[in-house]
Design a protein. Structure first.
Lengths: 156, 649
């Protein structure tokens, strides 16, 4: 049972033609969320192809009807009232991985990943930096403006 | 060093002679020498015997990152490579090189701050690292012989697309003294010939697959003050390019309109710069360009000196006129080929190639020497030459040992060698490819060249070029702005005016900062941020490295304190050089090159004034004026007591 209608969400928009493949998005994301730098702890995932320059970014599109939200057996995926971000509440996640199965973009794209704490899996995904006054850090720091934050109302 | 902030904590050790693999704590070195070039120097001082054969198992190959590698710090993805360098002429000595890309970052994410390789393998091997517990020495029979792109792609096929490798091509395998270590499509540790050292150890590649899922403590590079680091990032981006920008790719390249697709490319992990601000040498990646001649579709980075594969024209005043132009698709093919074979483009373009064409024009080249006509407008000539060097075919065997050794053997062309000293081609010396360095700026260049162990312009001299010319991300400043900045940094505006006065001060400062640039590491096209087009007075902020270092490691250092560490590293390197026989006499070997007239005003070095300037430099350094040795008191002052007692007894 989900008591309320799912609110629409903002999202991170990517412009591949501007992307220089620098990886600042991943570093900033991990730094903000985990206090350290490692692409494996980033909610946004850059695939740097330095042979062709065809870089790409994989990040949650914050589905209108998020499968991960519906499938989670412990209601660990919550909707942020401000941004609409579908985020994983770290204290509630039991590490079952059902959200990964429900994600329409996975496994082809790395949208939801996990870290290991004392051998327990804790899943994480893009939360649009919901508590950050300046908005998503990846979009703010991307030096080439290849990432932009679209608010819920601006999405088409 | 505070609990692991900024570091992975371990340095990997591999002995290829007995397949032994072990690790040691980075902490042992990090407090006094930070990382990269600093730690490499400490290891070399303790473990590398002087005057060894670079291709012997005694030589060690040191890959070293620093606390800023792989964190949110501009251009942080850099790795120092060091050891006894076969490119050095006449007698190989210890020096360092440096590469960008993501290799260093990924290495740290896998749990290692560096790798030190010793011994040599009997058969081709490669190292695969996938986390702290997974380091494997594997058979490289199937990789041996492959070019650097194919090697990397093969390893990606095997271990996943996020595998990053540093490897050698045929040039390294064949012990070409200008062979590079390559990662990605154009990030190389070029100077020194370390690719050949890798080849002599039969080590084809070092491959890293860092974890993307299930990351625990391993490889999470902890940052002491994340909020502060983000603030500093914003400040850097503001000074470098005025903040966030939408990239605009210029429509012309090397003086001609281009129809081919290209975009800006960060050649070093976490680089914020839309590099070169639209200049030809900026970091561009060219996309899917068909080469009709070679039936290939080419993509790849073309930056730094590589645009000279497309076109080049000597200054009007040059004694020998050289001018050529190659179509972009063909030039990109040639450039990629030199990367794939693993040949040092700086030495090839700025040294060997220019010398060969000059000798040809002067009638010094026997027609039988080369199997094809010397014609730089013809792409086939370039391709032929590159293959000949990489596989040591015909006269390529001579060139593969470096032009200086080749000229010596051929017994001609010595007067046209565009080499400043110790086996490194012209760079910032006012008399070669990059002959733009005018009087009096090349006086500082001459001091840097005199007292370094390699071409000093990559990690040391670029800051000065940015200030006096407007270079990399800086567009030219007004003269009074340049003078004011020089006065603030080096005590007098004479540091940038027509004179031999105040030239030792910038040289010392640049060298100390250069040591920091490759130890922290930062990127030398960016740091020190000496000038900016986005401040009123044109000044940058030279304290940023110390602030970033403090935010990452939690160890508070002021700019002066950090400069002191740079000075310590430079003095340790000098002591290594002294142990190898370096003295004032060797330093003065730069004089003949600078005695040639420069290209802009035909000015020659004033030998007496330069020798007096060297006196001043040694005194500023606290070195003995006669011998050029660091004094006992200087080394002690820099907390290098053990080094002092070994040098002075």
């Amino acid at each position: 049972m989900k008591p309320e209608l799912v609110k629409q969400s903002g999202m991170i928009n990517y412009f591949p033609e501007r992307c220089t493949g620098c990886g600042v998005c991943e570093l900033a994301c991990a730094l903000y969320h985990e206090g350290g730098c490692n692409p494996g702890l980033s909610r946004i995932h850059l695939i740097n192809d330095s042979f062709t320059g065809n870089h790409s970014v994989e990040v949650c599109v914050q589905c209108f009807s998020p499968g991960c939200y519906y499938i989670c057996p412990v209601n660990a995926i919550e909707i942020d009232p401000e941004t609409g971000a579908r985020y994983i509440s770290e204290g509630k996640c039991i590490g079952c991985g059902k959200c990964v199965e429900a994600c329409p973009l996975m496994p082809e794209k790395q949208i939801i990943r996990f870290k290991k704490i004392e051998n327990k899996r804790l899943f994480f995904k893009c939360d649009l930096c919901k508590d950050r006054v300046e908005g998503p850090i990846c979009a703010e720091l991307c030096p080439a403006s290849a990432l932009a934050y679209l608010k819920a109302g601006e999405r088409k | 060093m505070t609990e692991h902030y900024g570091y992975s904590g371990k340095i990997l050790r591999v002995n290829l002679s007995n397949d032994k693999i072990w690790a040691e704590d980075t902490k042992k070195y990090a407090d006094k020498f930070i990382g990269g070039r600093g730690i490499a120097a400490k290891v070399a001082w303790e473990e590398l015997k002087p005057n060894i054969d670079p291709f012997s198992p005694q030589n060690k190959l040191i890959f070293m990152t620093g606390p800023l590698t792989g964190v949110l710090s501009p251009g942080s993805g850099r790795t120092t490579v060091a050891g006894t360098a076969p490119q050095v002429y006449p007698k190989p000595w210890y020096t360092r090189s440096n590469m960008g890309g993501r290799f260093g970052s990924e290495l740290k994410y896998s749990g290692f701050d560096g790798i030190i390789i010793e011994g040599e393998s009997e058969k081709p091997v490669y190292i695969w690292i996938h986390d702290e517990r997974g380091v494997e020495l594997l058979d490289a029979d199937e990789l041996w012989g492959l070019d650097t792109f194919a090697t990397q792609k093969e390893l990606m096929k095997k271990y996943g697309k996020e595998t990053t490798s540093a490897c050698i091509g045929p040039a390294g395998e064949n012990l070409v003294r200008i062979a590079v270590i390559e990662t990605a499509s154009g990030d190389v540790a070029g100077q020194g010939g370390f690719g050949a050292v890798m080849g002599s150890k039969k080590l084809k590649a070092i491959s890293v697959t860092s974890m993307r899922d299930g990351v625990q403590k391993i490889g999470n590079i902890n940052v002491a003050d994340p909020r502060r680091l983000v603030e500093l990032w914003r400040k850097c981006a503001k000074l470098l390019q005025g903040g966030r920008k939408i990239p605009e790719v210029p429509s012309s390249f090397m003086g001609a309109e281009v129809k081919h697709e290209r975009k800006y490319h960060a050649c070093s992990h976490a680089c914020p710069g839309l590099c070169g601000r639209g200049r030809d040498y900026g970091s561009f990646i060219w996309k899917d360009i068909p080469s009709k001649r070679y039936h290939t579709i080419e993509s790849g980075q073309m930056m730094c000196i590589a645009p000279n594969f497309v076109a080049f024209s000597t200054e009007k005043e040059a004694e020998v006129k050289i001018e050529y132009r190659v179509n972009i698709p063909e030039a990109l093919r040639i450039k990629n080929l030199s990367d794939m074979l693993g040949i040092n483009q700086w030495d090839f373009l700025g040294g060997l190639f220019l010398w060969l064409v000059t000798c040809h024009k002067k009638g010094l080249i026997n027609k039988k020497l080369l199997p094809c006509p010397v014609d730089p407008n013809n792409p086939d000539f370039w391709v032929r030459l590159l293959y000949m060097i990489a596989y040591r075919e015909g006269v390529g065997d001579l060139f593969a040992d470096g032009v200086l050794r080749a000229a010596e053997k051929l017994g001609k062309g010595g007067e046209y060698l565009p080499y400043v000293t110790c086996g490194f081609a012209e760079h910032g010396a006012g008399r070669g490819v990059w002959g733009f360095f005018e009087y009096p700026f090349w006086i500082v260049g001459a001091l840097l060249w005199a007292t370094d162990s390699r071409d000093p312009f990559s990690d040391t001299g670029h800051g000065y070029a940015r200030l006096v010319y407007g270079f990399h991300y800086v567009l030219p400043l007004e003269t009074n702005q340049v003078k004011n900045i020089a006065k603030k940094l080096w005590g007098s505006e004479k540091a940038v005016t027509d004179d031999y006065e105040y030239k030792a001060q910038p040289a010392v400062w640049l060298q100390n900062r250069g040591c920091l640039t490759s130890s922290l590491p930062t990127d030398d096209w960016t740091f020190p941020i000496i000038a900016s087009n986005f401040t009123q007075d044109g000044s940058g902020d030279t304290s940023l490295e110390s602030k970033i270092y403090s935010a990452v490691t939690g160890v508070d250092y002021t700019e002066e304190e950090l400069n002191r560490v740079g000075e310590r590293i430079f003095n340790l390197e000098r002591t290594i050089a002294v142990r190898e026989g370096r003295n004032r006499e060797v330093d003065e070997k730069v004089i003949p090159f600078f005695n040639r007239p420069d290209w802009t005003r035909r000015i020659r070095l004033d030998e007496d004034k330069f020798k007096a300037l060297l006196d001043e430099y040694y005194k500023l350094r606290g070195w003995d004026v006669k011998t050029g040795r660091p004094t006992k008191s200087k080394l002690k002052e820099l907390d290098l007591k053990d080094v002092a007692s070994k040098l002075h007894g």
